[in-house]
Every structure is written in structure tokens, then in C-alpha cells.
Design a protein around this ligand. Structure first.
Ligand SMILES: [Zn+2]
Length: 157
């Protein structure tokens, strides 16, 4: 008789930090890159890819030990991994949970790909995009007023 062994990957429970769940499959690396976490943190990061999900089939999951996200990061996550959920964990308990939603204005989250745009000429100018449409995502640069969709939307890293 052959016993079917269940494949399981045990990840230690997070004590304090942030869990980003329901990331569309394969996007977790882009999320990490956009948050510049690898440059900033010395804390443990668990990146789990290709997990079965009842909601979306397959998903990625990130557990960030001792890490809190700012609102700029939330905007970036919403663009890269729409529909993902963010949970803040304190002392092993989820104290707040929200879904990454695209705001009406994205500040410091995206980079304008128009090379003549003033936001690329001066370092101290904060990028600012008005969200024209959320589904599909369409944004307009506050400075050069160009509109971008699809690959034209570049997350600032
Ligand atoms: Zn621009």
C-alpha cells in the first residue's frame, strides 16, 4: 500500500510584522523589489510562492518580520498585486487587515516614462499620478499630463 504524503511547507508563525497574502502568482518578487525591503531590512522575510488558494487558484505570500508598510508602499502593492491583502500582526495576532486598493492619486509610487517630464529632470520632485481608471488601470502624470496604461505604468523602485 502506498500512503500519499501530503506536501507541506511549515513556516513559523509571525510574531510582529506584516503579511501580504493573495498576491497574484509570481508577483511576490516584484512586490519585494518595489518596497526596497531587501536593501533596508536585516529581518527575516518568508517568501512563499505558488500556494493553493481557494480564491485565486495559485497565489504568492510574503511574511515580513518586524516590518510596517507606509502608504506609499500600499499604493505600489495595489498596482503590482491588485487584490492582495495586507495584515498587520502584533504578538502573533492580526490587529488589522485590509485589501490593497488603488487610491485616486498615486504619490511617489510610479515613475513617469516621458523622458522630457520635469519629474525626471529634478530629483526633488515627487511623482504624482491621477488615477483616471482603476480597471484597467490608467493613470495621468500630474506634471506632463501624459496618460499611461499597461506597460507604460512603471512602479518606482
Ligand atoms: Zn510626466
Amino acid at each position: 500500500m502506498v500512503t500519499k504524503e501530503k506536501q507541506e511547507l511549515v513556516i513559523t508563525k509571525l510574531k510582529d510584522g506584516t503579511v501580504i497574502d493573495h498576491i497574484p502568482q509570481g508577483r511576490s518578487l516584484d512586490v519585494l523589489k518595489a518596497l526596497s525591503i531587501l536593501k533596508k531590512t536585516k529581518n527575516t522575510i518568508a517568501l512563499i510562492m505558488c500556494v493553493d488558494s481557494k480564491k485565486i487558484g495559485k497565489k504568492d505570500l510574503l511574511k515580513l518580520n518586524n516590518f510596517e508598510l507606509g502608504h506609499i508602499s500600499l499604493g505600489k502593492i495595489a498596482v503590482i498585486a491588485p487584490g492582495s491583502t495586507i495584515a498587520i500582526v502584533k504578538d502573533y495576532r492580526v490587529i488589522s487587515k485590509c485589501q490593497a486598493a488603488i487610491p485616486d492619486v498615486l504619490i511617489s509610487s510610479l515613475r513617469c516614462i516621458n523622458s522630457n517630464c520635469i519629474s525626471n529632470a529634478k530629483e526633488d520632485i515627487t511623482s504624482r499620478f491621477k488615477v483616471v481608471s482603476k480597471e484597467p488601470l490608467k493613470v495621468r502624470c500630474h506634471y506632463c499630463e501624459r496618460t499611461f496604461t499597461g506597460d507604460g505604468i512603471v512602479v518606482d523602485v
